[in-house]
Design a protein around this ligand. Sequence first.
Ligand code: FAD
Ligand code: NAP
Length: 313
Amino acid sequence: MTDPRHVRLLIIGSGPAGYTAAVYAARAMLSPLLVQGIEPGGQLTTTTEVENWPGQVSIQGPDLMVLMEEHARAMGTEIVSDIITALDLSQRPFRATGDSGTVYTADAVILATGARAKWLGLDSEQSLRGFGVSACATCDGFFYRGEEIVVVGGGNTAVEEALFLTNFATKVTLVHRRDSLRAEKILQERLLKHPKIEVLWDHTVEEVLAAGDPAGVRGVRVRNVKTGAESEIPARGVFIAIGHAPASELVAGQLPLREGGYVSVEPGSTRTAIPGVFAAGDLTDDHYRQAVTSAGMGCMAALDAEKFLSALE
Ligand code: FAD
Ligand code: NAP
């Protein structure tokens, strides 16, 4: 076994929070090492246009994340392709084990592991994942050219995915459990006037219906939450867009978590309950959950870490 790799500051996660923390930490001469995880660039790599990143009227999500990575690297961050599988915060230096077998030790850690897609929890949804059921329209939309598609959810993600999927589908049905959307008004407007999109209000998906041959999806069985009436909607692709859950499993049992699994931080800071451990971005934020707010928290985490490390010395 090789010796642990020691760094002053370890950043876990390569979304807007992680890369922004890396830019600030590198400029503070902390020689940060950033571990990218299974999704280099984070959630924005699963979307198309981003229209609310200041300074860019419109930019593709994956392009924005490549720019952030280049920026972090140019400032002097070491970026490593690895996944942290275990993290021991019980003593300093903190100890992180990578899937590669590398063990990283660090005087301070910034947790920026973000969030992952939530699922409805239906057996049929799980058994058909990858065979017609997806949580990423930009990744899988292309497979449903000329087909009908169902999108589930009523937030920004669901509306954006429904709009994006009209590039491929003959018809998109958005199934939402209530009679109003929580998506931004500008997105709602685009959705409601789109000729290829129909919204099925007050309905839940009860089952994803499997096609026989070839294996795949033939539709969904839905239920009207007001009347209880059930019906079927034909579709070859079903996109679940019902939100994200924080990726806090590395620190569960070590740090206090708020309802929903979000890492608690001291109000107005990124300090967690353990000195030297900081948290930023969607991992700790159940409210704003935006690229720009995550980046802002990444900046705060680097400044908090810098203060902690200079006090140590
Ligand atoms: P994430 O982007 O979730 O990144 C988390 C990172 O942590 C990933 O790199 C992952 O690989 C890494 N990681 C996780 N676990 C580990 C581990 N064990 N070891 C190492 N690394 C790990 N926001 C906007 O402001 N504008 C938009 O237009 C917009 N569009 C969106 C579209 C979609 C489809 C989605 C899903 C979200 C969108 N958002 C948008 C929200 C935005 O993407 C998030 O708020 C933002 O990405 C959160 O940044 P983050 O750095 O906290 O985490
Ligand atoms: P979200 O805002 O939490 O919305 C989730 C949606 O799914 C809600 O409409 C919710 O219904 C529905 N839902 C949740 N659980 C469900 C279930 N079990 N069955 C059926 N429906 C269910 O999540 P999101 O849309 O993924 O957005 C996450 C964050 O990313 C938000 O902060 C959002 O602003 C941000 N984001 C921003 C952009 C952008 O700025 N353009 C784009 C995408 C995402 P209810 O409404 O009834 O609760």
